[in-house]
Ligand binder design. Structure first.
Ligand SMILES: Nc1ncnc2c1ncn2[C@@H]1O[C@H](COP(=O)(O)OP(=O)(O)OP(=O)(O)O)[C@@H](O)[C@H]1O
Ligand SMILES: [Mg+2]
Length: 225
């Protein structure tokens, strides 16, 4: 599903060029459950942004479902993001003045889903993450773990094949973090491809495969246990 060959990402800030990824080779099969680990600054979020088509590589080839992402237009990239990929972030990134229901509704509105189908889908999604009774709550009226579960429901709205999560438990206590990991594990069992960036050894111990980054490269010498 994901094939990356010699991916390089160079950021240019004023006069300074910085190579955040220095030649990444990564293959991910459909339905894999992967943790991406590595020190701060090693390029994890940069890699995730490229996988999710939020950003494009400076060099190298990225094939997503057999399509060469490098050659796509901005509109085609946006289409892939909306249909294929669900994102979950450390800081939840919910709309602060909208209810749980309305937050999950946003991607469905963008996708042009009618009101009745939206209602059915949102009710199902909030139930799936255990928040059937919090539909009317705003982010300020929920716990961190609940906010993250709303964010997961939102990420699932358009039935993406791939779930990408960047430190999804970074702002949560261990119990709420566990619930979040359980949800990712269920999604994987339902056939989703799940990639989680994490420092949490507990999450890393529950995935199928660990990819370690070090200084912008995949560290193949790393012993996962
Ligand atoms: N937009 C940007 N412009 C310039 N440099 C950037 C940009 N984004 C990231 N970098 C640099 O690229 C390197 C990799 O950043 P990245 O965010 O991918 O690291 P990370 O592994 O996710 O780290 P952390 O664990 O702290 O989140 C860092 O040195 C960072 O300073
Ligand atoms: Mg990061």
């Amino acid at each position: 599903m994901i094939i990356m060959k010699e991916i390089v990402k160079t950021y240019v800030t004023g006069q300074i060029k910085f190579q955040a990824l220095k030649g990444i080779d990564l293959h991910v099969k459909k339905g894999e459950f992967i943790a991406i680990v590595g020190p701060s600054g090693s390029g994890k979020s940069t890699l995730m942004n490229i996988v999710g088509c939020l950003d494009v590589p400076s060099e190298g080839e990225y094939l997503l479902d057999g399509r060469l992402v490098n050659k796509l237009t901005a509109n085609q990239l946006a289409e892939i993001r909306n249909r294929k990929v669900g994102f979950v972030f450390q800081a939840f990134n919910l709309l602060p003045y909208a209810t749980a229901y309305e937050n999950v509704e946003v991607p469905l509105l963008f996708a042009g889903v009618n009101r009745r189908a939206r209602k059915e889908r949102i009710t199902h999604l909030l139930g799936q993450v255990g928040l059937a009774d919090k539909a009317a709550n705003k982010p300020t009226e929920m716990s961190g773990g609940e906010m993250q579960r709303v964010a997961i429901a939102r990420a699932l709205a358009n039935e993406p094949d791939i779930i990408l999560a960047d430190e999804p438990t970074g702002n949560l206590d261990s119990k709420s973090g566990q619930q979040i990991v359980n949800i990712f594990q269920e999604l994987w069992k339902l056939g989703k491809t799940v990639l989680i960036i994490t420092h949490d050894t507990n999450i890393a111990s529950r995935v199928e495969r660990i990819v370690k980054l070090k200084d912008g490269l995949v560290d193949n010498n790393h012993n996962p246990l």
